[in-house]
Structures are given as C-alpha cells and as structure tokens.
Design a protein. Structure first.
Length: 118
C-alpha cells in the first residue's frame, strides 16, 4: 500500500518518539540548567522529524532524498549530544541507551529511504 502522508512513514514516527524522549529527558533538574545544550538538543531532535515531513511534502524523490540526508545528519547530532549528556551526568545509563537506540534507528531508516529513492 502506498504511503499517502508523512505521518505514515516509520522514520517520521520514530523521529517523533525521539523528539518527545529528548523533551522529556531535558526537563530533568540537572539537564534543564544547561540551557544551551537543552536548546540545541531539542532543535536537533525536532529537525529530524521536520525534515522528513518537509522532504516528503516536496513531492519529488530528489528533494525527499536531500531532506532525508539532512534528517540523518540531525540524528547524528542528537546521538553526539546524548553522549555528552551522559558524560556530564545528565542521563543515567538506561535513559541514554533508550534514546541512543531511537537515534540510531531513525538514522538507519533515513538511510534506507535514501537508498530506496536513488
């Protein structure tokens, strides 16, 4: 069955979950005091889902692939920031691991879509 809306894309669904996890985790006391990191991490997480949506809505495979590359880059940024958050003691191991799995998964899904579109 063809996908008719970006909301049906697994990559967008995982990105949405990741964005919500990032928002939830960055509300924690130790984390929320690091305003710059919280802002950057949230923006990167939101960027993933928004680039997937925007690329899909552009209506061309070339544009969609371009935006999936951007989304994948933002997923890498979130992953990098997760490591720093863990290093700074903002995230316990379980929360780090759960978020990392989502960030890796969305990057894989974006890459798979790029390959499919090419």
């Amino acid at each position: 069955m063809p996908i008719r809306r970006f909301e049906e894309l697994e990559s967008w669904q995982v990105a949405r979950t990741l964005a919500n996890v990032v928002y939830e985790r960055t509300k924690q006391d130790a984390f929320r005091k690091d305003f710059g990191m919280v802002d950057q991490m949230r923006r990167a997480a939101v960027s993933i889902m928004n680039n997937i949506a925007e690329g899909y809505e552009r209506g061309s495979n070339k544009d969609f692939a371009k935006f999936m590359f951007i989304a994948r880059g933002s997923a890498g940024e979130v992953r990098s920031m997760l490591y720093l958050a863990k290093d700074q003691g903002y995230l316990p191991d379980k929360q780090f691991d759960d978020a990392l799995v989502l960030a890796i998964r969305v990057a894989q899904l974006c890459w798979g879509m790029v390959k499919h579109l090419q």
